[in-house]
Design a protein around this ligand. Sequence first.
Ligand SMILES: Nc1ncnc2c1ncn2[C@@H]1O[C@H](COP(=O)(O)OP(=O)(O)OP(=O)(O)O)[C@@H](O)[C@H]1O
Length: 647
Amino acid sequence: MELPKVSKVVRLGNSKPKKPCNITRQCPSKSIVVNTGFIGNYKVFSYQTSLGPDRNDDTLGIVDVVLKVRELKVWTPEEKSLWRKKSSKPKTLILNNVTDCIKSGEFLAILGPSGAGKTTYLVSLCGKCTLPSEGVVTVNGRNVRELPPGEVEILPQFDVFMDCLSVKEHLVFMTEMKIGSAKNSRNDTVLNAIMDMLKLKAHENTLIKSLSGGERRLLSLASSLLSNPQILICDEPTTGLDSYNASLVVGLLKGLSLTGKIVICSVHQPSSDLFKEFNSISLMSEGKLLFHGTHEDCRNLFESLNLRCPKNYNPAEFYIKAVSPSPATDVNYVDRILENNRNRFHQCDETCCETHTTPRPPVCNRSWLKQVQLLMWRFSIRIKRSYKGFAVSLLLSTVIGAVVIGICFAGSKGTTQRGVQNLRGLLWLICSEVSFSLSYAALYAFETDLSLFKREVGMYRVSAYFVARFLNEVPRCIIWPIPFVTITASAVELPNHSLTILELYLALIISGLASTAYGLGMGALFISTGMMADVMPCADLPLFLMSGAFLRISSLPFWLYPFKFISHFYYAMDAISNIYWRQIGDIECPTNTTTVCVKDGAAVLLENGYSNNFVLEDTIGLLFVATLWSILGYWGLKREERKGYAY
Ligand SMILES: Nc1ncnc2c1ncn2[C@@H]1O[C@H](COP(=O)(O)OP(=O)(O)OP(=O)(O)O)[C@@H](O)[C@H]1O
């Protein structure tokens, strides 16, 4: 395809305007960051990111790209019921032997009736299809699945964001993750230029949840453009946009294709004017690719089948209607078009699909620590924006509970026989309230963000995501025990009041970390089934029975004994019981009683089966439990990541 010459190149930033240069060769300067220019009527946009000096090396320099699809078949997996060998749902073919070749500069519209397989095809083109498949998709000879992230970007049909972020915050996060520091002047210029082009500047401080559907589409597109992809795949990019914004987006995408990128869009009922902007068309029906070529070739093909698009009729609609499976007519145009077009595909196969190898610089790979920092920053914005919910949750789940407990146990002291039972109960209540409220608060942490996580698969490491989520829960672990300890402790008699409160507080923070890891772990393990709330009580029961509050640990059958070592309830109770009872000397024993008396705090600890070396044992134990659940949670998330991208 012959590309027109650039009539004008405008430099953004503080560099001088450059002379016009030919789009088929590289422009001389290496210092240019972002350029807009015009090709014919189209404003084209070319930019460098900090990914490396060679990436789309210069202003409107072209990197030849060939996207080749060979004998691609995609099908749904066969489903079998657990108890019968017979399949309950047979496999269905979604893409049927698709072979194609798409070249640099193509602005391709994929048309077809609903269910034709367009989305599946687009997702396969970017190597993110998770369904069983056969065949191969290559970009310049390299399997698309092996390309570094950012080379092929997809703008999915449905937008998923962290809605409490502002437009600017979202784009800064994406810039940081995809191309490097947003403070870097080069990346900042790219970011601002993209916001300008997509008219997002006016909304930069608007929260995403307040954006209209169309504005969300523009924001999605902006995120996809950041990494300066060679191939941009858009699933219905104009859906939800008014005609002005639809032509803005189509104009921008066309401009990108003019700089040598491949831009592929599935489109639903495009207006005739927008449809004309595409320089090639693919027609799909029933999972087959029927045609790929220019408008003229398509018209000729249909005319050869006696299908003439009436004047003033939208050709896109005409083509879709013609290839839609219709039981009303006997004529199957799908097979006839395929038959007529067979030779053309063979021709394409032989002429255009040779391997090109364009060296590509490594993509930005943010360090693990940076990923954790960025993810924490994004989570922290959510906490900041929902501080009222945080305060209400603090009030309801801790302060009110602590006040009720404080009232019931007011005046209790551990130096009388009656007080021993009360204090045992009080310590258990403090331990269980803190543990349960923290683990259940963490339980749904991953489920809330599952769609976003699956959209961002490959952008950051799962371990970074887990650690960031965990660290984000740490403030809760520090704040939650405060009301429990201060309110309840002020209601009862404590020896060495301030020091004991401080020690209890520290023990509960460490046990809170283990409880949070337990909640996150269970949440991640059962994330896809959504059954975490059903499973959690089953796991809670044996774990809190090990706490020693209800039965003597030494009386457990030997096979249940190991549960003690993974019970954060046990370690927490062991720690706080030791902190309290070790300070209790003599316990009054009435002379006229017939029941057995516990004589001192040490006897209480012995009766419960708590350890002697509690500081070391419980600290190591709680850290062990936190690590164990974190590993399980990481594994659960990794499993979700392996299921792949969600579209
Ligand atoms: N994961 C899946 N499991 C089962 N069936 C699927 C799956 N993904 C797609 N399909 C089926 O494959 C067919 C093609 O779906 P696809 O979404 O690719 O069509 P489409 O052409 O993009 O449709 P639309 O224009 O309505 O978005 C549909 O019948 C759909 O139900």
